[in-house]
Design a protein around this ligand. Structure first.
Ligand code: NMX
Ligand code: MLT
Length: 436
């Protein structure tokens, strides 16, 4: 048994005992009052999930196991001193709660490179059976489901397995799945946008570096950007659509492939991960309509108002939890200013940032007028030549696997049961509040 699995047992067993005691001895204690408005607006703020990988503060943004993104940029192992952290390190931190050594990170890099080698051929056949113009998220998710034939969890479950060991084949499936996602994502990218000229995995490279390499980008800076991108999109506590869907489906003991596929179906929605692609459509439509490459703030203001007047959202702005500029936006802007100070798209993103919040505030209904992670990620990728927008949500999905699948291992370690909240019809709610 490898040292990570040993560590998981060491940390996981006492935690699972704590969860059992909490249910048994403290289970009837109220923790929160829920009002009708919360129920009818997407359960916002209703505390009902157990997530250990990360936590989102409305003002400050995301912390992974207690660490902010700038802290992790200092503390996690990197390839070069001036580089970005390796996402392998973030995975280790989310899984164990401890900062990794360089050896831990190398161990995971090697594991993932090895596990990425033996993707069964039928997975590529299934992708190839889809039309090339099927959205990359359709191709990505179809491949994830097709890989489910490899599920160790299913085999172990059918063979008869003690509940307390569920985490083990879950861990194996999660490691295989995460290892393979860059191969699948880059295969789809090369198939759709680069004439099927595929590039082999380089076992000497790290996970995110390999993704850039297999997509066809060898520049040090693109690999650095890919490491940053993979780190910042990895997790956003448990209630976001992709995390919650993965957890919910996993609670039926569906294997990691089925569970993650559910999360990816949610990520493909325009209000969630597809927003990164839609931001680019919004920007390019604006440039076309205004007829200028460098529109003024007044012109952007008019275009944004027109979007609202048509009953549409401005993609890349707003958030269900955050109430300030997303630190994932800020860290990308800082990266761009450091490495691409003159990139026109980044300058445009800044101009939009100067204009859009006041317009959203003026509506009187938008709770958070500030940019989220998607407001800049596509412009940054585009500025490095990755201009094929439909791949952006796939890249988000590759990264999101790190958090939601780590949590799935913890769901099994905690021994969490099937999720089954109660629903009521409209009349029940009307009665409850004496609706007149
Ligand atoms: N543009 C226009 N209207 C907005 C926006 C926006 N960017 N954000 C919120 N609103 C509207 C929202 O549609 C709702 O309108 P109505 O009452 O008419 O239905 C009203 O403001 C109140 O919504 P909130 O409570 O502020 O936001 P909610 O928590 O429901 O939704 C988002 C959060 C993120 C779905 C929403 O802000 C949005 O649609 N943003 C644009 C899409 C986007 O960028 N999504 C990416 C989120 C991050 N991610 O990667 O997942
Ligand atoms: C995410 O990264 O999942 C998004 O910001 C959405 C969310 O947190 O609800």
């Amino acid at each position: 048994m490898d040292h990570i699995k040993q560590k998981i047992i060491e940390i996981g067993r006492p935690k699972s005992e704590t969860v059992k005691r909490l249910i048994k001895e403290y289970g009837d204690q109220p923790i929160q009052e829920v009002n009708l408005g919360q129920v009818l607006t997407g359960m916002k703020g209703v505390v009902s999930l157990l997530t250990c990988t990360s936590k989102l503060d409305p003002e400050e943004g995301i912390r992974f196991r207690g660490y902010t993104i700038p802290q992790l940029q200092e503390l996690l192992p990197k390839m070069q001193v001036d580089g970005e952290p390796l996402p392998e390190g973030l995975f280790y931190l989310m899984l164990t709660g401890e900062l990794p050594t360089k050896d831990d990170v190398n161990f995971i890099s090697n594991q993932w490179a090895q596990r990425a080698m033996n993707i069964p051929p039928h997975v590529f056949d299934v992708i190839n059976a889809l039309p090339k113009d099927a959205h990359p998220m359709i191709q990505f998710n179809t491949a994830i489901l097709a890989m489910s034939t490899e599920s160790q969890f299913r085999k172990a479950y059918l063979a008869g397995m003690d509940k307390k060991d569920y985490w083990d084949p879950t861990y194996e499936g999660v490691m295989d799945l995460i290892a393979r996602l860059p191969v699948i994502a880059s295969y789809i990218y090369r198939r759709v946008f680069h004439n099927e000229k595929y590039i082999e995995l380089d076992p000497a490279l790290d996970w995110a570096g390999n993704l850039a390499h297999m997509m066809g980008y060898e520049e040090v800076e693109v690999k650095r950007l890919m490491r940053l991108y993979m780190m910042i999109h990895a997790d956003h506590e448990g209630g976001n659509v992709s995390a919650h869907a993965t957890h919910l489906v996993g609670s039926a003991l569906s294997n990691p492939y089925y569970s993650f596929s559910a999360g990816m179906n949610g990520l493909a929605g325009p209000l969630h991960g597809m927003a990164n692609q839609n931001v680019m459509h919004w920007i390019h439509k604006m440039l076309r309509e205004i007829g200028e490459e460098n529109p003024s703030e007044d012109q952007i203001r008019e275009y944004a108002k027109e979007t609202l007047s048509k009953g549409q959202v401005i993609p890349g702005y707003g958030h269900a939890v955050l109430r300030k500029t997303d630190p994932r936006f800020t860290v990308q802007l800082e990266f761009a200013k450091k490495y691409l100070p003159d990139a026109p798209l980044i300058q445009l993103v800044e101009k939009i940032y100067n204009v859009v919040p006041e317009i959203l505030l003026a509506t009187g209904k938008v709770k958070n007028p500030w940019p989220n992670v998607d407001a800049i990620s596509g412009s940054l990728l585009s500025s490095y030549g990755i201009t094929e927008y439909p791949i952006y949500t796939v890249l988000f999905g590759v990264s999101r696997a790190l958090g939601v699948l780590t949590q799935l291992i913890w769901d099994r370690l905690y021994g969490l049961p099937i999720e089954r909240p109660k629903s009521q019809n409209l009349a029940w709610y009307m009665n409850k509040v004496n609706y007149q």
